[in-house]
Design a protein around this ligand. Sequence first.
Ligand code: ATP
Length: 628
Amino acid sequence: MGSHGPMGLGGGPMRAVWEQRRSLGYIEGGQRPSRETARRLLAVLRPHAPRLIGAMALTVLIVLVGLVPPLLMRAVIDTAIGQHRPQILVYLAGGLVVFPAVAALASVAQNYLNAVVSQGVIHDLRTAMYEHGQRLGIDFFTRTPGGEIHSRLVNDLNAVQQVLRTTMTGLFVNALTIALTLTTMFVLNWQLAAISVLILPAFALPVLSFGRRTYDAITRTQESLSRMTAHLEETLTLSGIVVVKSFGTRQREADHFKRLSQEVSTAQVQQSMVGQWLTLVVSALSAIGPALLYGYGGYLVITGSVQLGTVVAFSTYLVQLYNPASSLAGSNTTLMGGLALFDRIFRFLDLPIDVPEPSEPAPLAAQPGVTPLALRYDHVRFSYRQGEEVLHGVSFEARAGQLTALVGPSGAGKSTILSLGARFYDPTSGDVLLDGVSLRSLRDETVRDLMSVVTQELFLFHTTLEENVRYGRPDASAQEVSDAVEAAQLGDLVSALPEGLATVVGERGYRLSGGEKQRVAIARAILRNPSVLLLDEATSSLDSHAERLIQQALQRLFHGRTVVAIAHRLSTVLAADQILVVDGGSIAERGRHAELLAQGGLYARLFHEQFDPGAGAEAAARPGAAQG
Ligand code: ATP
């Protein structure tokens, strides 16, 4: 809510931007994959247990069916060929077709269930993150670039989805395949089995260190992606590109983007190389197995203690054994990567909500818009950062149905006072009370129903004018909408537009003029019909016709409501029932226009600067004059 008004120009917004840049790591990655993460992951999976169990059951079927073909091959060689029984060949050959076909069908079903479960988990996380994001305090959004939040919801979840798809049942399949294959091998021939598994433990060796490195690599990748997305959202969106173009910083931003993109590429190359080394080590190891099997197995066949079919069956089992073993070794790295991603997601979900809901909300029997309610500030102190107090005990009452105007030099704390009234933040000490009830003990919904905030930053959604006016009350009737539009002096504009209220206003309402946008915001607030209105008057200078329209619209908006307004208009200060002059985080003067002017203090000086250029020049020349 920083402003650039004649009565106060903010160093605020720019400072906020730099703080954002510096605090990119506000939700930075963690250091260690934790048991806690795994526990929470299980909790996330729990609602999907039935389908997950279905997928596991299919897995068991697939693995069991997979054990049969080598036995059939063994029978072909040892029984059908060895014992000259050609009549069974057709069954054995048939089996060699049927069993793999069954396994293939089962795996289609299993893939389906896997996809449903992993998408279900992603959906749950995505909506939980969105809803949590909505509840985070304004402070979080002023400190964190939009792209960072975007990246969590899109990039991290995308990566998680891949991990889930590959590991969820993958781990189980592989472990089960290894166990059952090993058992079958030992039952068939323990000596051959023993030789075959000799090198199996070696698979486990590289696993641990790779897992750790994957965790780090993935954390790095996602962090660099976040930074890149943040930059993208700041500089390649409407508001950003306008600044970039007008300051001719295209090249500088492109270079910066190139650096960030390079970081992403490097991190991703590193991440994929962790896997590559693993593959290399594992495939080198798995070449040793068949050599041992054929060497020792060949010897046993020659000496007659084992039949040829068994060795052939073993060679197939060996493949069935090493493949899952190497994937298992691989899935550890994927798993660690997954934990890194989940850590990032859970850290976001753990961000504290600055303005918590009361456990026992106080009832406030007021109907929105029907009765204006008093808003009282009681010794309110507030700091955005510890040790930097911005409001030093502000007390005043905005009486029901009255207009309270806040004026004062830039950075005095006017926007902060409004933000506390809207409960965007809670006071560090003291209280803000609506109709005598502390905002802290009211449900967020109640506060939003009774109060509306109109900020200087007039945000219009990329949709029709009507939808934009309706935003605060989607169920309003067409008549109510058109009344609000009339009251906000938008009637002429609407009839001049080719599609009237159905005209789509561009991103951020770009196609409307500043004055028109202000009136859309006023129409929105009139339709919303709040009991208390908190208004940061827009400061864009308008020609006298546009200014008159706004004033008329505001008059309608103020009527019958409690209004606290950061005033930038002469008409507003003149109409105010009380004017509060905010200076250095305290209320320096209070009263009506004529009284304050007569006092000849800060108000008189600010007033002359703004509305009386001759006197303003004099005032500016005086040392210690407030800047405006
Ligand atoms: P202006 O008229 O220029 O908007 P203001 O009177 O509304 O000024 P505030 O925006 O309330 O003043 O700011 C009061 C002080 O609090 C300033 O010093 C400002 O830098 C600081 N401030 C405002 N917002 C934040 C924030 N999100 N985090 C930290 N400090 C902040």
